[in-house]
Design a protein around this ligand. Structure first.
Ligand code: TYD
Length: 136
């Protein structure tokens, strides 16, 4: 799983003077079925979240309100992605170390995930992730 697979997905936006609407359907806009939704909110300024990788989980990360950065790292290459639009989702494939920071006040980070919560799917230790990823 290469970091180049992690991309901003432009979600459909139904523009309307009464307020815009965006939708996500399993397997259509995103390459996985959604089994779980979770969100980060009331994030204090200066906080960092993430700091782990997933073995099998696919995710779509959306800034529902405000903005934040996601730092993606496959062990060889890193990229920082700024999310600030609720019609953009960042697709994160398995085996990518991610950190979230630079949260604006009042921001809400919603994550659509391909599976239910399973602690055994996490790498929380960077060295262990690197060993599994690159046999180093
Ligand atoms: P974690 O995934 O480490 O949060 P983040 O990556 O956003 O910093 O999860 C934090 C805690 O919440 C951890 O104890 C596991 C728990 N948790 C669940 O119980 N269910 C979930 O769906 C998620 C994402 C986390």
């Amino acid at each position: 799983m290469n970091i180049d697979l992690c991309k901003i997905i432009d979600l459909p936006k139904i523009q309307d003077p009464r307020g815009n609407l965006t939708f996500v359907e399993s397997g259509n806009q995103i390459p996985f079925d959604i089994q779980r939704v979770y969100y980060l909110y009331d994030v204090p300024g200066g906080s960092e979240r993430g700091g782990h990788a997933h073995k099998d989980l696919h995710q779509l990360i959306i800034a529902m309100s405000g903005s934040f950065d996601v730092v993606l790292d496959d062990g060889k290459e890193k990229k920082r992605v700024h999310l600030s639009r609720s019609y953009n989702g960042l697709y994160v494939c398995p085996m990518i170390w991610r950190e979230l920071d630079n949260f604006s006040s009042g921001s809400v980070c919603m994550v659509l995930a391909s599976n239910k919560y399973d602690e055994s799917d996490y790498y929380r230790d960077y060295a262990e992730f690197m060993r599994a990823r690159w046999q180093v």
